[in-house]
Design a binder for this molecule. Structure first.
Ligand code: BGC
Length: 738
């Protein structure tokens, strides 16, 4: 292959260059046989390969080659296990390489801002730190196999309704701290081959032609050297897009795009050097990731086994009263719900995979030694109850020791391309659970859904297992958890609210066709429920185990480089288990709104019964920083912070204050707007107070008993109302700012 560099690019004809920056078709970049430039294939998506041979579409409608359907990101994030995400990436990369796919279109790292968002299943979390860590590990795994990724959808793609045009209106601090943070982390630590720009606009400017986003922030600030491609059909104006820093338009607009570019260069509207840069990035991608030949083979059985392990290690045991789980070998179990037989195990849309080997929960149960009895209970494609199915389910439930009800959100209600209108389960399922609870007290609900749901029945059931969309090994993994072959260790990567009206975006989400206003600012997910002190069904980070863990011996060391946190975790039960320990930071030092608790580190630890392990978590500057819009910089304030160590965001086991010294000590200038309270007690300012003659007025304020707060709550310019004169104030300001 030719060595592609700038002089090679400059030697191409204008038409040849123009042809290279838009895709050849749905899944291929444009090649050029004369110039020895091969085409490369790109393919969805985050949870498995969707390589289409013919009849291409971006919506998952047409068949693709068989591939392993791995758990969707909503579930994989619940593993809280970066090592596992890395392995997932490796498996996906291996499959892509075998299928001659150069770039895998994933992971999706958008933030779950509303549980109504149709594509939540495909994203990791409501938390930017967790999303960034999971995404970076996934990217490293794929790229370790020599396959590129496309991290998507850059950025603020948080709803599906009118996703091609809607403007996400966000203040700068929120954008940086919540919506860009995961992308920033991945770009800076994992050098992804490509990013995919989102369909939506941000503050009125389409992402595909957003110079600030694609060039100033992504390249100038973060140092991204890879390629930016468009989401499929996200380009409205390909010249504006090239100027903004978009390199590759997908799926390409054929001759039309090429003609536009040629005309724009000829008229001087588009500088040819801008086009050259985009062409060079396309060629560098092709050079690095082109796959010459391939066997087409990989070990699908091994990949299926990994899909099973990953799903089981990520499923979340939400509730387990009277140790109803794990099932005992002697339990007679009623398995109820059509989802046991026709599981929902993957999301709809572009991430839809043609599975290699789907194992349903019913099949897994039937293959076991357990005494089981199945009844469908409801039709998944209907919301109305079928009385006959209900009656048979009740008979089965009565005759059993325990009842496992499979419930979930039908695919018709949850997919890429549209948002949901409810987070309730269909009525026939809710009614069935309520009725079953009247005939058997050992009800265990197994959930299959893409994102948080309500559970009005939860007090009536003994156990709840959240399996999300668990991939093709859904049956085996679910059965592993139910029987205790695998001890559950997943933790929620999103909050489960009590009702939709409790959620941060209630009443505003997807209301306007044109725009989405991010009124809640930085208070997304648990940050919102915590600051409002609102009850939730299950908090962020929650997940039970069949064993128990004790936390102790917290020690924190703080210096000007880092904060180092150590503590012990002990398995106090008699089963081996894994615990995802979580570290939250509570900032008491800064004079700006900050979350009550923000996840800033986590680790998954495996412990034998009775075993103790010491955990060490090291926090850097960024873990304490907030984005200062005025200075356009991440800022750390020195001072008092609380380090909270928990088994969930609302199950804090250890807590300690720490004096953080990582800040830059930026001193604020003293002006006539500075508050008297910030001046009055500073001994370093005392000489200037004396010399300027302000001491009499300020001492008077300091000595007034009743109105001290009122007076101290006035700016320095108000001292003239308290007896000082303006010359004294000016002299003071001149002295302190000398
Ligand atoms: C989706 C992308 C996907 C692309 C190609 C788009 O509709 O938003 O996530 O990668 O199609 O299928």
């Amino acid at each position: 292959m030719a060595k592609f560099n700038l002089s090679f690019v400059q030697g191409l004809k204008l038409a040849e260059k123009a042809a290279l920056v838009s895709g050849k078709n749905f899944w291929f970049t444009a090649g050029n046989a004369d110039k020895n430039i091969p085409k490369i294939m790109v393919t969805d998506g985050p949870s498995g390969l969707r390589k289409q041979a013919d009849d291409a579409d971006a919506l998952g409608l047409n068949q693709s080659v068989q591939a392993i359907s791995f758990p969707s990101s909503a579930l994989t994030a619940s593993s809280f296990n970066t090592n596992m995400l890395y392995q997932l990436g490796q498996h996906l990369g291996e499959a892509a390489k075998a299928e001659q796919v150069s770039v895998l279109l994933g992971p999706g790292v958008n933030i779950k801002r509303s549980p109504l968002a149709g594509r939540n299943f495909e994203y990791f979390s409501e938390d930017p730190y967790l999303s960034g860590e999971m995404g970076a590990a996934y990217v490293n795994g794929v790229q370790q196999q020599g396959v590129g990724v496309s991290v998507k959808h850059f950025a603020a793609n948080n709803r599906e309704s009118q996703r091609f045009t809607s403007s996400s209106n966000i203040d700068e601090r929120t954008l940086r701290e919540v919506y860009l943070a995961a992308f920033e982390k991945i770009v800076k630590t994992s050098q992804p081959a490509t990013l995919m720009c989102s369909y939506n606009a941000i503050n009125g400017v389409l992402s595909s032609q957003n110079y600030r986003l694609l060039t100033q922030i992504l390249r100038h600030e973060w140092g991204f050297t890879g390629l930016v491609m468009s989401d499929w059909g996200a380009v409205a104006d390909n010249i504006a897009a090239l100027k903004a820093g978009l390199d590759l338009e997908m799926p390409g607009n054929g001759d039309y795009s090429v003609k536009q570019i040629i005309a724009a260069v000829k008229s001087g509207e588009l500088e040819e050097s801008v086009l050259d840069t985009a062409v060079l990035r396309v060629l560098q991608l092709v050079e690095k990731y082109h796959i010459e030949t391939t066997s087409g083979e990989y070990d699908k059985e091994e990949q299926h086994a990994f899909a099973r392990q990953m799903a089981a290690d990520s499923m979340v045991l939400l509730k387990n009263e009277q140790q109803v789980l794990p099932l005992k070998a002697t339990d007679k179990v009623a398995i109820i719900g059509e989802l046991a037989q026709k599981p929902r195990y993957q999301g709809g849309g572009s991430s839809h995979v043609n599975p290699y080997k789907l194992v349903t929960p019913l099949a897994a149960a039937q293959a076991s030694q357990q005494d089981i009895n199945y009844a469908a209970g409801y039709h998944i494609d209907q919301s109305q109850a079928d009385e006959q199915l209900v009656a048979s389910a009740l008979i089965a439930a009565k005759a059993s020791d325990k009842v496992v009800v499979f419930a979930g959100v039908p695919e018709r209600d949850e997919s890429e391309g549209f948002d949901k209108t409810t987070i309730d389960l269909p009525e026939n399922q809710t009614d069935l659970i309520n009725q079953l609870a009247t005939v058997n007290k050992n009800i265990i609900v197994v959930l299959q859904n893409g994102s948080a749901i309500t559970m009005p029945w939860q007090d009536k059931v003994a156990g709840i297992v959240e399996t999300y969309l668990a991939g093709e090994a859904v049956g085996e993994a679910t059965w592993d958890i139910l029987t205790g072959a695998v001890n559950p260790s997943g933790k929620l990567a999103e909050t489960f609210p009590i009702r939709l009206s409790d959620t941060p975006t209630y009443g505003t989400f997807a209301v306007s066709r044109r725009e989405e206003n991010y009124h809640e600012g930085i208070f997304v997910g648990y940050r919102y429920y915590d600051v409002k002190d609102r009850d939730v069904n299950y908090p962020f980070g929650h997940g039970l185990s069949y064993t128990s863990f004790k936390y102790d011996d917290l020690v924190i060391d703080s210096d000007s480089q880092k904060v180092q946190v150590t503590f012990n975790v002990t398995n106090t039960g008699d089963l081996a288990g894994q615990e995802a320990v979580q570290l939250y930071v509570n900032n008491l030092a800064s004079d700006v709104e900050t979350p009550v608790n923000a996840l800033q580190a986590f680790e998954k630890v495996t412990l034998a019964p009775g075993e103790t392990k010491q955990i060490q978590l090291v926090l850097g500057r960024r873990q304490f920083a907030w984005y200062d819009v005025k200075r356009q910089a991440w800022t750390v304030d020195n001072g008092d912070y609380v380090i909270n160590i928990g088994s969930s965001s609302r199950d804090i086991r250890l807590s300690q204050h720490v004096a953080v010294k990582l800040g830059a000590n930026i001193s604020q200038p003293i002006t006539s707007e500075t508050y008297i309270s910030e001046v009055i007690n500073r001994t370093d300012l005392r000489p200037a107070i004396e010399e300027s003659g302000l001491s009499e007025s300020l001492d008077m304020i300091a000595n007034v008993e009743d109105n001290q707060e009122l007076l101290a709550n006035m700016p320095m310019r108000a001292v003239v109302m308290l007896g000082a004169d303006i010359e004294q104030l000016n002299k003071f300001l001149a002295l302190v700012n000398k």
